[in-house]
Design a protein around this ligand. Structure first.
Ligand code: FES
Length: 106
């Protein structure tokens, strides 16, 4: 298990444990993290799982592909390191990954 830190729009941090191999979106939903909806179930078609990767982690993740980049343009939340949580598959070396969440996904 690895630790993932979600920081909400009020700067309140919540640390959860997640199994490597699941998506960041699934880890959030499984732990009732408010701010991640994941309406499409992870098929990269709703943009209700957008987050902002903490600058300390921005270069340590696989960059978004073309589909994710296109979806990010329609997301309600804008952040310098915006990503769709469902497109980030957690790995052992993501222990401590920190992401920022919007007040709302709509
Ligand atoms: S859950 Fe729908 S785009 Fe991520």
């Amino acid at each position: 298990m690895i630790d993932i830190v979600f920081i909400d729009h009020l700067q309140q941090a919540t640390t959860v444990q997640a199994e490597p191999g699941v998506s960041l979106m699934q880890a959030a939903v499984d732990n009732q993290i408010v701010g991640v909806v994941g309406e499409c179930g992870g098929s990269c078609s709703c943009a209700t799982c957008v987050c902002g990767v903490d600058p300390a982690w921005a270069d340590r993740l696989t960059p978004p592909d073309a589909l994710e980049s296109a979806m990010l343009e329609s997301a309600a939340f804008s952040h310098p390191n915006s990503r769709l949580c469902c497109q980030i598959t957690l790995r052992e070396d993501h222990h401590g990954l920190t992401v920022h969440l919007p007040e709302s996904q709509f």
